[in-house]
Ligand binder design. Structure first.
Ligand code: PMV
Length: 349
């Protein structure tokens, strides 16, 4: 269906519903932390990811215009407007491109042409690599579905979110979107889209930020080069990572901190062999282990961003101090946060 500025705005069932149901909705979606299986997940192996209690908030409001209007102060967008049906987002910061593309994809998919204003507000800095892009994409799509009264399943929300992320950055397994949508801690496999929530308690994790912003697509390409050059070795590394994920799934449900820690250490060694760890990450990982962490590894694409350490309560403080002593920043987060959901409308925007 062609959606353009000349389209009869009153024609769509969804738009009539939006006028009747909700003029404004607020949604929040959580960030994420990869626990096991990063990079291998791109090659159709499973991974385990947990949603964290730092959220992206989105407010969507219907307007009597022919424009999509965005306000995303966290990524430096005070105000951006786009004529519905056009694709003029060159110059938009990456963070806001996810929002603009999500709106376009939603409108195209459901044949909508109403004016809308979207405001985004982040509880976390995008520099920490907690998945602000996936959280904002999911929250914007969920906000539009609520605004227009479109019933959308988690699976459909995932598909539309995944298309949006692929349109903007080209690569990605979608693990972060699964965390933003389902919340909790999830066993995820991309190719077959297996998403199984794990029934577990909060994890005793410490997160250390290296102070270095990493670019996920660059690291994904680095592993693709490695895979091209050493295909057999790379596949065997991915298979071992897959075994680690399966064992970690059991260790997580048994809450076996010792086994989980060992699996984290093995996973870190394999990530190192793919060439995605860094001096800064390794330093934080070893500092945590020396301070008593049962296990420590990088989390996510590597090259910088964050590492995670698992420790029993009695070691936790020392682990945190050791990470800070060598220049890392300890980020206070809680695991297993709620997935995307509607919030009470507030006037604080
Ligand atoms: O850098 P992050 O936290 O977005 O994690 C990337 C994880 C990868 O497996 C390298 C990429 C992906 O999309 O699965």
């Amino acid at each position: 269906m062609c959606i353009g500025p000349n389209r009869d705005l009153k024609s769509s069932r969804w738009e009539r519903q939006a006028r009747e149901l909700n003029k404004r909705v607020e949604i929040s979606a959580p960030g994420k932390l990869m626990l096991f299986g990063e990079h291998a997940v791109i090659y159709n192996r499973p991974c385990i990811v947990t949603a964290v209690d730092q959220r992206m908030r989105v407010a969507a409001e219907l307007t009597e215009t022919k424009f999509v209007r965005l306000e995303a102060p966290d990524v430096g967008v005070k105000e951006y407007t786009e004529l519905i049906g056009t694709e003029a987002n060159s110059g938009l910061p990456k963070g806001a491109r996810f929002t603009a593309t999500a709106v376009r994809n939603f409108y195209h998919h459901y044949g909508i042409g109403s004016g809308v204003t979207i405001r985004t507000k982040s509880e976390f800095s995008s520099e920490f690599g907690f998945g602000s892009s996936s959280a904002v994409t999911t929250a914007v799509l969920k906000a539009l579905s609520e605004l227009f009264g479109v019933e959308i399943s988690n699976k459909e929300l995932f598909e539309l979110s995944y298309k949006t992320v692929r349109d903007v950055q080209g690569v990605g397994s979608g693990f972060d979107l699964a965390a933003a949508i389902w919340g909790g801690t999830i066993y995820f496999r991309s190719g077959e889209s297996e998403i199984s929530p794990l029934e577990i308690d909060e994890l005793p994790l410490t997160v250390g930020y290296t102070g270095i912003k990493a670019d996920t697509p660059t690291l994904v390409r680095r592993v693709a080069d490695f895979h091209l050059k050493h295909e057999d070795l790379a596949n065997r590394i991915f298979d071992m990572m897959s075994d680690i994920v399966e064992q970690a799934r059991d260790a997580l449900t048994d809450l076996s901190v010792e086994n989980l820690g060992e699996l984290m250490n093995i996973n870190q060694g394999l990530l190192d062999s793919l060439g995605v760890s860094s001096q800064e990450l390794s330093q934080l990982v070893f500092a945590a282990r020396h301070a008593g962490a049962t296990g420590a590894k990088l989390s996510g694409a590597g090259g910088g961003d964050c590492m995670i350490a698992l420790s029993l309560d009695q070691h936790r403080e020392l682990v945190e101090q050791s990470i800070e002593r060598i220049g890392g920043k300890v980020l206070k987060i809680r695991t297993g946060a709620l997935g995307v959901h509607r919030e009470q409308n507030s006037d604080t925007w």
